[in-house]
Ligand binder design. Structure first.
Ligand SMILES: *[C@@H]1O[C@H](CO)[C@@H](O)[C@H](O)[C@H]1NC(C)=O
Ligand SMILES: *[C@@H]1O[C@H](CO)[C@@H](O)[C@H](O)[C@H]1NC(C)=O
Ligand SMILES: *[C@@H]1O[C@H](CO)[C@@H](O)[C@H](O)[C@H]1NC(C)=O
Length: 237
């Protein structure tokens, strides 16, 4: 039997419970995501930590991380389903994507801010993508990649498109088939107002409008040129 997943959004429940009526359709609509296998193992790995799971150092430079690969292979062998890995979170939502020439020495740079536990923001070059979405992830592993929504300045959309393209190029080279599951747009928007990314009166409607606009840009400029369409987005986060 197939199981369909419904997400419960704690912040929505807290913020606007009085105003929301949810009426799930009686049958599964054609725009629903693919069914979630019961034995699915999935991981959310913070963007700023992903490299530590993906590679290890060697005398010839970074190579695929043996511990991670064996762990995931072992889980795949015991469940029959390869894992789904979401790379994102607060640091992913605040990532800036730089050409290798703009950041030649490091694949990732982490900016810290006093009093802020997570990285305040990160910069990733294109090599971060090609190096970490390597050939050795166990067969069938799927990835969700989180692209930024928090930024609203004039370069925000171009930055998002650049990161999304690099992610898709690295995750789906023709030789390996399709390891790409979906994009996630932003992360924890309920915290944006408290962290000065939006005004205090930021509303759910504004968030939904922003989410839809960014998703449409991703459809037109990143997914469709690669022949991808349909439900290629992780739901609200
Ligand atoms: C998973 O199964 C394959 C095929 O049987 C085997 O070659 C591989 O060693 C197994 N990996 C682990 C980590 O158990
Ligand atoms: C990242 O954080 C630093 C330090 O606060 C700041 O100067 C820079 O503008 C930030 N970059 C982005 C893209 O938010
Ligand atoms: C939200 O607050 C800002 C000031 O922080 C104000 O300029 C804006 O008009 C407000 N928007 C609404 C819809 O009340």
């Amino acid at each position: 039997m197939l199981v369909h997943a419904f997400l419960v959004l704690p912040f929505l429940a807290v913020a606007i419970a009085a105003d929301v009526t949810i009426s799930p359709p009686a049958s599964v609509p054609d725009y629903a995501s693919t069914p979630v296998p019961r034995n699915l193992i999935s991981f959310g790995i913070a963007a700023h930590s992903f490299e530590e799971y993906a590679v290890q150092s060697s005398s010839s430079g970074p190579v695929p991380n043996t511990l991670t690969i064996h762990l995931l292979e072992s889980l795949t062998n015991s469940t029959g389903v390869a894992p789904l890995i979401r790379v994102g979170g607060t640091s992913g939502d605040r990532a800036t994507f730089l050409l290798n020439s703009e950041q030649p020495d490091h694949t990732i740079k982490i900016v810290k801010k006093p009093g802020f536990q997570l990285p305040f923001n990160i910069t990733l070059n294109q090599r971060w993508f090609t190096q970490n979405f390597h050939n050795s992830w166990p067969k069938g592993t799927k990835f969700i990649f989180d692209v930024p929504l928090a930024r609203k300045d004039s370069l925000a959309v171009e930055n998002m498109v650049r990161g999304a393209k690099w992610a898709l190029d690295a995750i789906t080279p023709a030789v390996r088939g399709d390891l790409f599951q979906a994009f996630e747009v932003g992360n924890e928007p309920n915290l944006y107002a408290g962290q000065d990314f939006r005004k205090q009166n930021y509303t759910l409607d504004q968030y939904v409008t922003e989410w839809r606009n960014r998703a449409q840009v991703l459809r037109e400029r990143v997914l469709q040129p690669k022949g991808l369409g349909g439900a290629q987005f992780q739901g609200l986060t």
